[in-house]
Design a protein around this ligand. Structure first.
Ligand code: D5M
Ligand code: FE
Ligand code: ZN
Length: 518
């Protein structure tokens, strides 16, 4: 019953520029004459209203003397008040007032779980406005020093380590350990591997023999990641033979936090509004679904980058653009966001198609773009950032480095078909973009914002347009798909995108269900 009716009401409201709370839609749907009720609500809405709320609906229905069903009692007491008189102040806050919808909770008789008072949303690691990098050589030195210091501290207790320059002066034949950044990886003429580690004092070469069990791990290494090695020094102390390797890693005992009520989050990315391939029908079905009872527990929406298609991102991209102006793309994206129930909290980070600097970390959008995307008052933070929802921490990162992980690692360890496995390697390295100088551009800052200092409960990425999820040492890794059907470029390189899916996470159990809208 209500799915179709509520979808009609939502699309009617959005076509007139309004966003609606789910409960308001439910009430309209169950009015005697939904269409007439909707017209009345629109007629009586305060001029500056962006969101249609339950109190607007109740007041409009009551004023018309046709208060229906269970909410009639509530509305009756306000019936004599013209809704506009109270509307401007209390019910129509400026878009920046996040606390506003609290007054709608718990209307009797409507079966909804939305409980705004139990919500909590905290942000950590948002570097927007804190960029200090000037791109000078000294910034590169500080960012790598910070990386070695902080990731190294997760390893120093595990090996008996010495600085690179001290190792060269130790007597040959002894046991030795080192913590460093991978500076170079090459194979030797005899098929062994030479891994050069660098620390603050210098570099030292470590030889991994091809028949040792650790040889397989060499295939996983990326330049600039931090690890520790232990082994035996050669007689002349010019090289060491590796006996063991240690990664910063996620402890196997990691026990993720969960929410203490049944509440869900939709984790999506790569909307690509403005592309001819943007799947508006799938998006409309998704947002219609969010208004249904089946989605009543979905209270959070996280968007991990590539809101719009952007301009000038790839050669000949303009031939596939539906909207050629970048600001127009964000305006239209904002219209699509309005379809999301007004009582949901939205968090978003930029991606490589968005209008922010390409180098990572990417600060959240500037004031102009924030103003354009303001209808739903989303939390806009940097790529990467960590958002904690009711105790569950979610590291959001767009995912450009996944292309690199997939290109560098053997197929069975990381592939586009199983993007979550590529994410496992980032978790193991405790860094979202270890390798510098390839696809992933790095903006050197005083500190390395790309380190995973704390273990997240969930790691959310996108970018590769493939859906995949799984657990690594109890951390849930989810790569969301996209809302863009296959582009010509993707056809040419055989990328078959997973488009029009929304993974939904139960925050109380960390279980995932996938909703398909394409
Ligand atoms: O990235 C979507 C995926 O497709 C990601 O894995 C990169 C890849 N991609 C898409 N277009 C190109 C071009 N022209 N060159 C290289 N790689 C590409 P997205 O960020 O959505 O474009
Ligand atoms: Fe994308
Ligand atoms: Zn991308």
């Amino acid at each position: 019953m209500p799915l179709e009716a509520s979808a009609r009401i939502v699309s009617e409201l959005t076509s007139r520029g309004y966003n609606a709370e789910r409960e308001a839609v439910t009430q309209l749907t169950s009015a005697d004459d939904p269409q007439a009720a909707l017209e009345r609500v629109i007629d009586t809405l305060p001029e500056d209203a962006l969101v249609v709320r339950t109190d607007h609906v109740q007041a409009a229905l009551a004023a018309a003397g046709s208060a229906t069903h269970s909410s009639g009692q509530n509305a009756a007491s306000e019936a004599t008040d013209p809704p506009v008189s109270t509307g401007n102040r209390a019910q129509n806050p400026p878009a920046t007032d996040t606390a506003a919808p609290v007054e709608t909770k718990g209307s009797p008789g409507v079966e909804r779980s939305v409980d705004l008072e139990r919500r909590s949303l905290e942000i950590a690691g948002d570097m927007t406005g804190d960029s200090t990098g000037t791109g000078e050589y000294s910034d590169f030195v500080s960012v790598f020093r910070d990386r070695l210091e902080r990731l190294g501290s997760k390893l120093r207790g595990r090996v008996n380590h010495r600085p690179a320059t001290a190792i060269q002066n130790m007597p040959g034949g002894g046991e030795v350990g080192m913590v460093g950044l991978v500076n170079d990886i090459r194979s030797t003429a005899s098929g062994h591997w030479l891994v050069e580690l660098e620390d603050a004092t210098g570099t030292f070469p470590w030889l991994v023999m091809k028949d040792r069990e650790y040889a397989d791990l060499v295939g996983e290494l990326l330049c600039d990641e931090v690890l520790a090695m232990e082994g035996t020094l050669a007689d002349d102390s010019g090289i060491a033979f590796v006996d063991s390797m240690y990664f910063p890693d996620i402890p196997r005992t990691h026990d993720p936090s969960t929410a203490d009520r049944h509440v869900q989050a939709a984790l999506i990315s790569d909307v690509h509004v403005g592309s001819q391939e943007f799947m508006h029908d799938a998006w409309n079905r998704f947002t219609d679904w969010l208004h249904t009872k089946q989605a009543q527990h979905v209270e959070y929406l996280l968007i991990a980058g590539d809101m719009v298609e952007g301009v000038g991102i790839y050669p000949d991209q303009d031939e596939e653009l539906d909207i050629v102006d970048i600001y127009d793309q964000y305006e239209v994206f904002n219209e699509y966001l309005k379809q999301v129930p007004g009582d949901m909290d939205i968090v978003m980070i930029p991606g490589n198609h968005d209008a922010v600097r390409l180098a990572e970390p990417q600060p959240g959008f500037n004031e102009d773009l924030r103003a354009i995307m303001s209808a739903h008052d989303p939390q806009i933070v940097s790529n990467p950032s960590t958002v904690t929802l009711e105790g569950v921490s979610i590291l959001m990162y767009h995912g450009v480095s996944l292309d690199e992980v997939i290109a560098e690692l053997p197929e069975e360890k990381a592939s586009y078909e199983e993007p979550h496995k590529a994410m496992y390697h980032l978790l193991k390295k405790r860094h979202v973009a270890p390798q510098f100088g390839g696809h992933t551009r790095l903006a050197p800052e005083e500190q390395d914002y790309l380190i995973m200092e704390d273990v997240p409960d969930i790691f959310h990425t996108g970018h590769v347009h493939k859906l995949g999820f799984g657990k690594y040492h109890n951390v849930l890794a989810i790569n969301s798909g996209c809302w863009q059907s296959q582009t010509d470029f993707q056809k040419s390189v055989n990328i078959d995108p997973d488009a029009g899916y929304a993974p939904i996470v139960d925050l109380d159990t960390l279980d995932v269900t996938v909703q398909k809208f394409s």
